[in-house]
Design a protein around this ligand. Structure first.
Ligand SMILES: [Cu+2]
Length: 161
């Protein structure tokens, strides 16, 4: 084999690898992954550190969302209770959080609010709650934990494409 041939084969191979890479990466994005999928299952972890993991959720308009909130902490729901409350666009998290304070008998879900799209049960360490709801129209929505004081840090975004 001549040196010329080796160089030709090398450049052919590296060209092939670059093509394969761009093929893989261009195909591996959320659009092609979830398009035409009617249902999406999402798991959100909460813990004794008052975190939502992940705190950014991505779905497509029209999808049925099966959302499970897990509490991987050890503390009881009376002191470290968590829920996930998805709010309509334009809702003030602060105002909603303040209003929720007065609904301790209803697990901090205001019974007089029309700002809620969906919400899980209030859970303590080791527990979980699953809900099913339809993705709202395209847009960016806030979700929070409405347990007293948690909403200021326990919050995330649902992005509907
Ligand atoms: Cu909480």
């Amino acid at each position: 084999m001549t040196i010329f041939n080796i160089i030709t084969i090398n450049s052919f191979l590296s060209g092939l690898i670059i093509s394969l890479n761009s093929l893989i990466f261009s195909d591996f994005n959320f659009d092609s992954f979830s398009k035409n999928v009617d249902e999406i299952k999402i798991e959100v972890i909460s813990n004794d550190q008052m975190e939502f993991i992940p705190n950014m959720l991505l779905v497509n308009a029209g999808q049925k969302i099966v959302l499970t909130l897990k509490h991987t902490g050890k503390l009881d729901k009376s002191i470290m209770g968590h829920n996930l409350v998805l709010l309509k666009k334009g809702t003030s998290i602060e105002k909603f959080g303040q209003a929720a304070l007065t609904f301790s008998q209803n697990d901090y879900i205001p019974t007089n609010s029309n700002a809620i799209i969906a919400y899980t049960d209030l859970i303590g360490g080791g527990e979980s709650s699953t809900i099913t709801f339809d993705a709202p129209e395209k847009g960016i929505y806030d979700f929070i934990c409405s347990f007293p004081g948690h909403w200021s840090i326990m919050k995330g975004k649902l992005i509907v494409k």
